[in-house]
Design a binder for this molecule. Structure first.
Ligand SMILES: Cc1cc2nc3c(=O)[nH]c(=O)nc-3n(C[C@H](O)[C@H](O)[C@H](O)COP(=O)(O)OP(=O)(O)OC[C@H]3O[C@@H](n4cnc5c(N)ncnc54)[C@H](O)[C@@H]3O)c2cc1C
Length: 399
């Protein structure tokens, strides 16, 4: 990561001196993983912050909704994210200690490589460089350790013992509680951007007649970013994603976190899962992008085809679970940027407006680090990483 745009990032913690010198007012729109953490960290750096959300933090339409999310550091050659995860693991654990609420579950993460293992091989030096503990395991080692998995067509695996999963909706709520406790203002309201004059947005309207003004506006509206700013429609696409929770036999611990880590299948299937999953069942999901949807109006009912594919996957990789009953299903959405990388940049036509999003199916774990980056950028303390610029996507879209 040396030489990257966030190498040695100024992870400045709020200090009274800094707080008294800043006093900027910021409205954050969207209280999901990105907006909630951004609001909290802006507040901690001395800003006066109002956080708005149309339906609430981690609501059932939001990309941050639902029970759990994976936190892993294996990221192929995309070095920026491994470094961010190293920092995020630290921040999640510090926060849960400070707030006295359990948010991180250190189950370990097993990343299985297929025949083409270039992604996994590229990940190893970055894991090392960023101080992430890992083991490189042969299939024989894996089969001995986790006999409940069929390692057919897996070539080798990376095991991260210090990674695991995060409570999703519960974390959004914990972040909001911390934000309120530290003096932030939260309102449940839908925001509409105001007019832009002379490169500045002139306030936002809510509900629908009240106008709110601030020095800066952070739009962290996840899959709704294209609805809020039509210029973003071509570069952020919300896709339908289905999640399945299967029931294990009573008292059988083989498919709970007592005996199985979080796993990701990097071979041809790209399924991943969270065993036990906070007692909700054996969670599995397909990471392949589904059809484009509208996050407001989509009916969230799992499809017969999705369920059949999940069962076929269980038959292959977890044969004992092949006949397990479906306990629950969820339909969520990824908010995919054109290159699957995040966005943190000023609006191209309004210098007091920041656009934050493009989590692309892997954003949740990075919430606290995005919060640091957003607050540093908005308060002028540190420029955001070039990798997250809007111009890279607008350029891509125009070619
Ligand atoms: C099924 C699934 C599995 C995933 N798995 C993982 C994983 O294992 N690990 C991982 O790290 N990430 C994972 N992700 C991705 C991650 O959850 C998302 O990238 C992240 O939660 C996005 O957060 P966000 O704050 O950008 O968006 P959101 O959580 O969608 O938040 C946006 C908020 O904005 C509000 N809003 C929108 N428009 C307005 C408006 N006009 N006015 C007011 N409020 C508004 C919404 O109500 C919403 O609460 C997964 C996502 C899904 C769907």
């Amino acid at each position: 990561m040396k030489g990257s745009a966030i190498a040695g990032a100024a992870y400045i913690v709020g200090s009274p001196a800094l707080a008294s010198s800043i006093r900027r007012s910021v409205i954050v729109i969207g209280a999901g993983a990105f907006g909630g953490w951004s609001a909290l960290q802006l507040l901690q750096r001395g800003a006066k912050v109002t956080l708005l959300d149309a339906w609430g933090p981690g609501n059932s339409r939001a990309s941050s909704g639902g029970e759990t999310r994976v936190i892993r550091a294996t990221y192929g050659p995309a070095g920026i994210y491994t470094q961010m995860v190293a920092r995020a693991l630290q921040l999640w654990q510090e926060s849960e200690r400070q707030w006295n609420v359990k948010l991180f579950f250190r189950t370990g993460v097993l990343w299985m490589a297929g025949t083409d293992d270039s992604y996994e091989r590229a990940a190893l030096p970055l894991l090392k460089e960023n101080g992430i503990r890992f083991e490189k395991l042969s299939t024989t080692d894996c089969a001995r350790r986790w006999p409940q998995i069929n390692f057919e067509d897996i070539s080798w695996s990376i095991y991260e013992p210090d990674s695991g999963y995060l409570a999703a909706r519960r974390s959004c709520e914990a972040v909001l509680n911390a934000f309120l406790k530290e003096g932030g203002e939260y309102r449940q309201a839908q925001a509409t951007p105001g007019p832009i004059n002379a490169n500045r947005m002139q306030g936002i309207s809510i509900n629908p007649v009240e106008i709110l003004n601030a020095d800066s506006y952070v739009f962290s509206c996840g899959p709704w970013l294209g609805k809020v700013f039509p210029v973003l429609v071509p570069i952020i696409t919300p896709t339908r994603q289905e999640v399945f929770f299967f029931g294990t036999a009573a008292g059988d611990l083989r498919f709970t976190e007592a005996q199985l880590p979080v796993w990701i299948d990097g071979a041809k299937h790209r399924f991943y899962g969270i065993p036990g999953n906070h007692w909700r069942g054996f969670k599995i999901a397909d990471d392949a992008r589904g059809p484009t949807i509208d996050p407001t109006t989509m009916e969230r009912r799992i499809s017969d085809e999705g369920l059949a594919a999940a069962r076929a996957y269980l038959r292959l990789r977890f044969p004992v679970m092949a006949g397990a009953p479906l306990l629950e299903g969820r339909v969520c959405q990824y908010e995919n940027s054109l290159d699957q990388n995040f966005i943190l940049d000023r609006h191209p036509e309004a210098e007091n407006v920041w656009v934050v999003g493009g989590g692309s199916g892997h954003g949740f774990k990075h919430g606290p680090v995005m919060g640091e980056m957003v607050s540093n950028a908005v308060l002028g303390l540190k420029a955001p990483p070039l990798e997250m610029s809007l111009s890279r996507l607008l350029k891509k879209n125009s070619t």
